[in-house]
Design a protein. Sequence first.
Length: 76
Amino acid sequence: MPDEICSCVNNENEHIYVRIKINHSRENKIKGFYLLMTNGNTYSDKQDEFIVEKRFLRILSDNNISFTELPINQEE
């Protein structure tokens, strides 16, 4: 039973959305964009900025894609 509880908690955390900006070189941005678009729900409202599920941060990190986490609600 404790395993089921842990599983539910992990699933909830996976569906938390964050805003990120992919940094640096054009190659880094292209690879990061490709990884985000081929792995699930991704929304982009500005160039090089994406709203993604928090679990995607690990995918980017594992592939050495440099990014900056931004506030989810930017007021400009």
